[in-house]
Design a protein around this ligand. Structure first.
Ligand code: ADP
Ligand code: MG
Length: 332
C-alpha cells in the first residue's frame, strides 16, 4: 500500500487587511504519497504560495489567518503544533525553496558555510567533512566547489537560487516544497536542476510539492497535478489524467496557451480575461466569467467537485449529469 506523507483537508486561509478580506485559499484538499511529486499549477495570485506557507506554518499573522482545515503530515495535524514543534519540523523534515533566493540566504556568511551549517544541523559530523559534502552539493547544482568561500552577493540570481536548492537538499527532508524554484534560471540550468531534483527524489524517496506555472516542468517532474484557480483546486489527477484527459475549461485553456509545434497554429491562444479579485469573489463558479461554457447556473452557485475516477477530480458544472460529486461519493 502506498503511504500518505501529507494530506490537506479543506484548508481555508485569508488575509485580513484594513481595506479588504482576501480569500487566498478557499477550502483546498490534496494528498501526497511518499516518494512522489505533486505539481501545483496556476497563474499569479491563485494562492499557491499561501498554500505552501500554510504547510510550513509560516503564514504572516497579521494579516494572514488559517480559518479552517487540517494539514496532516506523517499522521499529525501541523495546524495543532506549537511554534517550537514547527521550527523543529521545518529544520528536519519539511524544507521549502522560496521564489526569491535572498529570503533564504544570509548575506554575511559564505555560501559554503551556509550549506555545511544545514548539513551539520541534520547530521553529526566534523566540520571538514561537512565542508566537503557542501562542496559536493555545490557541484551538484552546477557551481564549482572552489566558490565555497564566496558570499551571496558574488553570485548571479540564478546561482543564488541553485545555492538555496543545495541547502534545501542538504537536510534530506521528507517533504520538499519548491515554490517556482527554476523560474529564475535559464533553460539549460533549469534542466540540470530538475534532473537533480528527480535524482534526489529517487535516491532518498523524498516527496515534493512543486509549485510552477510551467506545464513543461510539471510533465518532467510530477506524478500528480493539481490545477489551482482563485484559491481553489479546479482539477486534480495523475499526470496522464491532466495531460491527456484534462477537462476543466481552465486546464484546457492553460494547455491551449502553450505553442504547439506539431500543429499548424500561428498564434497562442491565451485564456481571455483576468482571475477574479480574491477579495471580491463571485457568488458562483470563480471561472465563470472567463469560461466559454458558462451557464446562468454556473454564475449562481458554487460548483461541486466531481469525481471522474479514483484519481481524477474536476470542479466544473458541466459534469453534473456525468459524474457524482465528491460529497455524494463520500456519503455512499
Ligand atoms: N501578506 C499578504 N497580505 C495580503 N494579501 C496577500 C498577502 N500575501 C498574499 N496575498 C494575496 O493572496 C492572494 C494569493 O497570493 P499567493 O498565495 O501569493 O498566490 P500565488 O503564489 O499563486 O501567486 C493574492 O491575491 C495576494 O495578493
Ligand atoms: Mg507565489
Amino acid at each position: 500500500m502506498s503511504e500518505k506523507v501529507l494530506e490537506i483537508k479543506n484548508l481555508v486561509i485569508e488575509y485580513h487587511t484594513r481595506k479588504s478580506n482576501v480569500q487566498a485559499v478557499n477550502g483546498i484538499s490534496l494528498s501526497l504519497e511518499k516518494g512522489t511529486t505533486l505539481g501545483l499549477v496556476g497563474e499569479t495570485g491563485a494562492g499557491k504560495t499561501t498554500t505552501a506557507l500554510g504547510i510550513m506554518g509560516l503564514i504572516p499573522d497579521p494579516p494572514g489567518k488559517v480559518i479552517d482545515g487540517e494539514i496532516i503530515f506523517e499522521g499529525e495535524d501541523l495546524l495543532k503544533k506549537n511554534k517550537n514543534e514547527l521550527i523543529k519540523i521545518r529544520g528536519n523534515k519539511i524544507s521549502m525553496i522560496f521564489q526569491d533566493p535572498m529570503t533564504a540566504l544570509n548575506p554575511i556568511i559564505t555560501v559554503g558555510d551556509q550549506i555545511s551549517e544545514v548539513i551539520r544541523l541534520h547530521e553529526k559530523m566534523p566540520a571538514y567533512e561537512a565542508a566537503a559534502k557542501a562542496k559536493e552539493m555545490l557541484e551538484m547544482v552546477g557551481i564549482p566547489g572552489e566558490r565555497y568561500g564566496e558570499y551571496p552577493h558574488q553570485f548571479s540570481g540564478g546561482m543564488k537560487q541553485r545555492v538555496v536548492i543545495a541547502m534545501a537538499l542538504a537536510c534530506n527532508p521528507v517533504l520538499m516544497i519548491a515554490d517556482e524554484p527554476t523560474t529564475a534560471l535559464d533553460v539549460t540550468i533549469q534542466a540540470q536542476v530538475l534532473d537533480m531534483m528527480n535524482k534526489l527524489k529517487k535516491e532518498f524517496n523524498t516527496s515534493m510539492i512543486l509549485i510552477t506555472h510551467d506545464l513543461g516542468v510539471v510533465a518532467e517532474t510530477c506524478e500528480n497535478v493539481a490545477i489551482m484557480y482563485a484559491g481553489e483546486i479546479v482539477e486534480a489527477g495523475t499526470l496522464k489524467d491532466i495531460y491527456e484527459n484534462g477537462c476543466h475549461p481552465y486546464t484546457k485553456g492553460l494547455f491551449g496557451s502553450i505553442p504547439d509545434l506539431d500543429e499548424d497554429k500561428d498564434r497562442l491562444q491565451p485564456i481571455m480575461g483576468l482571475m477574479p479579485d480574491p477579495s471580491n469573489l463571485p457568488a458562483g463558479c470563480n471561472f465563470a466569467e472567463r469560461c466559454p461554457y458558462s451557464t446562468p447556473e454556473c454564475e449562481k452557485q458554487p460548483t461541486a467537485n466531481y469525481k471522474l475516477s479514483d484519481t481524477h477530480f474536476v470542479r466544473c458544472g458541466r459534469f453534473k449529469d456525468k459524474a457524482i460529486s465528491v460529497e455524494e461519493a463520500r456519503k455512499k
